[in-house]
Write a new protein. Structure first.
Length: 223
DNA sequence: ATCCAGAGGA
DNA sequence: TCCTCGGGAT
């Protein structure tokens, strides 16, 4: 699935323009050190962002850097993050912190291959750190961004599409090379606020080339 | 009941 | 290329 350059550019500019006034101001978007981005992305793993905010703040006050996280008592860490569920994720995060201290002297790797060697870190979290912390133009495939691409370009989306290489190349062709972080934030927030999974707000959608919109509008008229 | 800024294991 | 993990919000 190749998107014509002009269509991709139009999509890119429309999305960036929407993001200009609609990006959400999460705490992990303010001071984007590699450690803070990494911790946030792990907490955001299959967990709603609004639910992560208080946990992220309390975790960072307890563990302001990778060394304090690696030295943190595992039981205390489990208690701190209990309400987020996915308890095994806490153990992976702790193992990850110790590995970064032991093998990288406490510096978060800047190579994607190195990041993906860390426990609990795979394609998405590695790409997020590369983009948001280090400024590299990596596309992000998550539940929001894949859904948007599927609707806008009329591609059938399965749960496995997040790991699809073709979908990744499509997302890369849409990505804004100059502002990859803003583009990815805009994609995530647009998927959350407008192009929602349930009840998408097609009325205010600034993107004009979506086939899903036409189908949805049709059902609205019938009603 | 369904879904959530996915990753690990089979 | 399947499936499971998890508490919490809607």
């Amino acid at each position: 699935m190749v998107i014509p350059h002009r269509i991709a550019e139009e999509f890119r500019q429309n999305l960036l323009n929407w993001g200009r006034n609609n990006l959400i101001n999460y705490p992990w978007r303010k001071n984007r050190t590699p450690y803070r981005v990494l911790v946030a992305e792990i907490l955001l793993h299959r967990t709603r962002a609004e639910q992560v905010v208080p946990l992220y703040n309390s975790l960072l006050s307890k563990c302001p850097n990778i060394f304090s996280l690696a030295a943190m008592d595992i039981e205390e860490l489990r208690r701190l993050l209990r309400s987020a569920g996915l308890r095994w994720r806490v153990d992976l995060m702790h193992r990850m912190a110790r590995m970064i201290v032991d093998e990288y002297g406490g510096r978060i790797p800047e190579r994607k291959e190195d990041l993906m060697e860390l426990p609990g870190v795979s394609e998405y979290i590695a790409s997020a750190v590369m983009c948001f912390a280090y400024g590299h133009p990596e596309p992000l495939l998550d539940t929001n961004t894949v859904r948007i691409a599927g609707r806008v370009f009329d591609i059938e989306i399965k749960d496995s599409s997040r790991r699809s290489k073709k979908m990744r190349e499509l997302m890369r062709s849409l990505l804004d090379i100059e502002k990859p972080d803003i583009f990815n934030y805009a994609m995530i927030d647009f998927g959350k606020k407008v192009c929602r999974k349930r009840d998408p707000d097609c009325i205010i959608c600034p993107l004009q080339i979506c086939s899903y919109r036409r189908r949805f509008a049709g059902t609205l008229v019938k009603k």
